[in-house]
Each structure stands twice: as structure tokens, then as C-alpha cells.
Design a binder for this molecule. Structure first.
Ligand SMILES: [Zn+2]
Length: 154
């Protein structure tokens, strides 16, 4: 059993039906073969378009996934060079905290720069909470301090 469109109202009905359930149009008396063929071809053309559309979509999704994976890899390995934005009050607070820990302006901004490249603000606030609590540099930041001191030959 195949579905055809009623030539009168366009409703999809069985080709075995004698008349349209929608409008009562006499199918078998009036329909001609070409209308059914036309309808079937139209249906297949629609299917072909659909599969073309979904393979294009798959392709786009694939490219996006590969792109994101690549950017994520660069980000995780620290090669992207993205400096995360922290609110000014937070960076100022860090600089003060760093100074009370005996760091000078140059070392402190060097460390802050490294932190901003490695940690998002959300990650930073978690580590910073430890810093406020213990009043000293968390281990996560001490490595940066060492790197900065080495670079500046202090
Ligand atoms: Zn009809």
C-alpha cells in the first residue's frame, strides 16, 4: 500500500482507497497514473535533499569537534597564550597579597600573568581562597614564582 496525495484536497490517503477520507473525492474513478508517479518522484527527491542536508550537517559538526579538540589541546598545554580576564579588584588583591609575601612588583605581575594564562577566573578564585586563608602563596602559584625569579635572575 502506498500513500498518494488526493488530487482534490492534497490529503495523504491510501492508493487503495476508493475515495478520499478528507473530501470524498473519487480516487479510482478520477486519478490518473501520472499523478501517483509524480507524487512518488517528488517524495524521493525530498529524501535525497534530506540526506544531503544531514551529511553536510555531519561534516560541519565533525569540523567543529576537531577544531574544538585542537583549541582545547592548545589551551591545556598552555600554548594558546590566552590571558583570562580577572576583575581589577581581584588582580589588585593578588598584587597586595603577593607584596605581603615579599614579592616585588615585577615578580608579582610576572606571576599574575602566568596565572591568568593558565587558570580561568573560576579556577583562580578557588586557589585564591586558599591564599586568603593561609596568607601565603598556594603551591599552585609557587612554581610560577620560582619561574619568574629565575627568568629575572633574582
Ligand atoms: Zn481529498
Amino acid at each position: 500500500m502506498a500513500l498518494i496525495s488526493c488530487p482534490e484536497c492534497g490529503k495523504h490517503i491510501s492508493d487503495k482507497a476508493e475515495k478520499c477520507v478528507g473530501c470524498g473525492f473519487q480516487i479510482h474513478k478520477n486519478h490518473n497514473h501520472s499523478q501517483i508517479v509524480y507524487h512518488t518522484e517528488n517524495h524521493q527527491a525530498g529524501k535525497a535533499n534530506d540526506s544531503q542536508g544531514s551529511s553536510l550537517l555531519l561534516w560541519i559538526v565533525g569540523v567543529l569537534i576537531v577544531g574544538f579538540a585542537f583549541v582545547f589541546f592548545l589551551y591545556k598545554t598552555g600554548n594558546l597564550g590566552i590571558k583570562h580576564d580577572y576583575p581589577a579588584s581581584v588582580t589588585q588583591n593578588f598584587m597586595n597579597m603577593c607584596a605581603t609575601n615579599g614579592g616585588n612588583q615585577e615578580i608579582c605581575s610576572c606571576v599574575l600573568d602566568k596565572i591568568q594564562r593558565k587558570y580561568t577566573f573560576e579556577e583562580f578564585t578557588v586557589i585564591e581562597a586558599k591564599m586568603s586563608l593561609g596568607q601565603q602563596m598556594p603551591d599552585e602559584f609557587l612554581g610560577f614564582v620560582a619561574e619568574c625569579k629565575q627568568r629575572k635572575n633574582y
